[in-house]
Ligand binder design. Structure first.
Ligand code: PLP
Length: 348
């Protein structure tokens, strides 16, 4: 019984939530500088944004301290996860990842003809790197690691991960999804991009959807070896899906360090409140390093989601490791208070 997600009855009706805590979005909006750039660039919407996209690529390359040839853009990192899966698994093979993990790349790999080799997370919620390495066989085409991990919000020690990726990428490429890395405090934020600089076959995905607050604008990128990116770009014109105003918004968002810091701080405060409030009413939330948190629930997943929707609170429900879980995104303090009230009504 591996990873399963429960879907509420009314998903397609897009219920109006008072607290929409089901998609790990930034509750503080997009960066004000990004919004200003978006407005100012809207008139350019009749043009393709090739030139501007190159400017964004150059800016990202400078930020990541790699060359522009090491960068591939996509409309959200989903696009890069999915295209990687399509290219690598159209002739079969297996992908190794943690269970639970973020399932987007894995589900596309399966649809393309590949198989999933799940390796349960360890008791401390970190990746079982030893078991993942042992799971490699002649059919393995990719190792996918989400750090910090979704849906658990937990991290794997960066030194251990650096060592693992460095060694294992000699045998098989490693895909590191760093969508939530920016939520870690300064000092704890160790990206695996350094391995790309060392020439390792590591693909790092990053996104403007989370701490930058641009989920609706769709900009993400991958950092990898030029050869690897050329393979991935065989079936795609990278960046064709990104809109002209989104390119400008992303460039501005990169400069808005004040907004990034504010988002990180406010998220940590609301997360601490959520954690202690859940504990006070008898739940056992898993300590999170991200903008979401999981805790075990005793109710059937669909019923739980429907009841939470009646309270106008949107969350997610999963089953993994023989247990049912609620995953709640960290919203504003007001939203988290609504969430705790709803949990009190539905589960306590
Ligand atoms: N990777 C992880 C771990 C995520 O949680 C998400 C979105 O929730 C994504 C990638 C994809 O996000 P986007 O396509 O908006 O960049």
């Amino acid at each position: 019984a591996f990873f399963k997600e429960f879907i509420p009855d009314n998903l397609r009706e897009f219920p109006v939530y008072s607290a929409k805590l089901n998609a790990n979005e930034n509750p503080y909006g997009a960066s004000p500088m990004a919004l200003e750039a978006l407005k100012n660039s809207a008139f350019g919407s009749n043009r393709y944004a090739w030139k501007e996209l190159y400017q964004l690529v150059d800016k990202i390359a400078a930020f990541e301290e790699v060359t522009p040839e090491n960068i591939m853009m996509g409309p959200g990192s989903s696009d890069l996860l999915e295209k990687t899966a399509m290219v690598l698994f159209m002739n079969g093979g297996n992908v190794i990842s943690a269970d639970p993990a973020y399932m987007s790349l894995i589900r596309v790999a399966e649809a393309a003809g590949g198989t999933w080799k799940p390796v349960p997370l360890k008791k401390d919620w970190s990746h079982d790197l030893e078991a993942m390495e042992k799971a490699i066989d002649s059919e393995t085409k990719l190792i996918y690691i989400c750090n910090p991990n979704n849906p658990t919000g937990t991290i794997t020690d960066s030194e251990a991960l650096l060592d693992f990726c460095s060694r294992v990428s000699e045998k098989v490429p490693v895909f590191i999804d760093e969508a939530y890395l920016w939520f870690l405090e300064d000092g704890a934020r160790q990206s695996m991009v350094s391995l790309v600089k060392e020439g390792k076959d590591v693909i790092v995905a990053r996104t403007f959807s989370k701490i930058h607050g641009m989920a609706g604008l769709r900009v993400g990128y991958a950092v990898a070896q030029e050869d690897t990116l050329n393979k991935l770009q065989k079936i795609t014109r990278a960046g064709m899906g990104i809109t002209h105003p989104s390119v400008y918004a992303a460039m501005a968002a990169m400069d808005d360090t004040e907004f990034l810091q504010k988002s990180r701080t406010l998220n940590a405060t609301a997360r601490n409140y959520t954690f202690s409030s859940l504990q006070e009413i008898g739940f056992e939330p898993v300590p999170s390093h991200t903008s979401f948190m999981i805790f075990p629930i005793d109710m059937e997943g669909k019923e739980f989601l429907n009841k939470m929707t009646q309270q106008k609170v949107g969350v997610r429900a999963f089953q993994f490791l023989d247990q049912k879980w609620c995953r709640v995104s960290i919203g504003t303090m007001d939203e988290m208070q609504l969430f705790i009230q709803a949990i009190n009504k539905v589960l306590v």
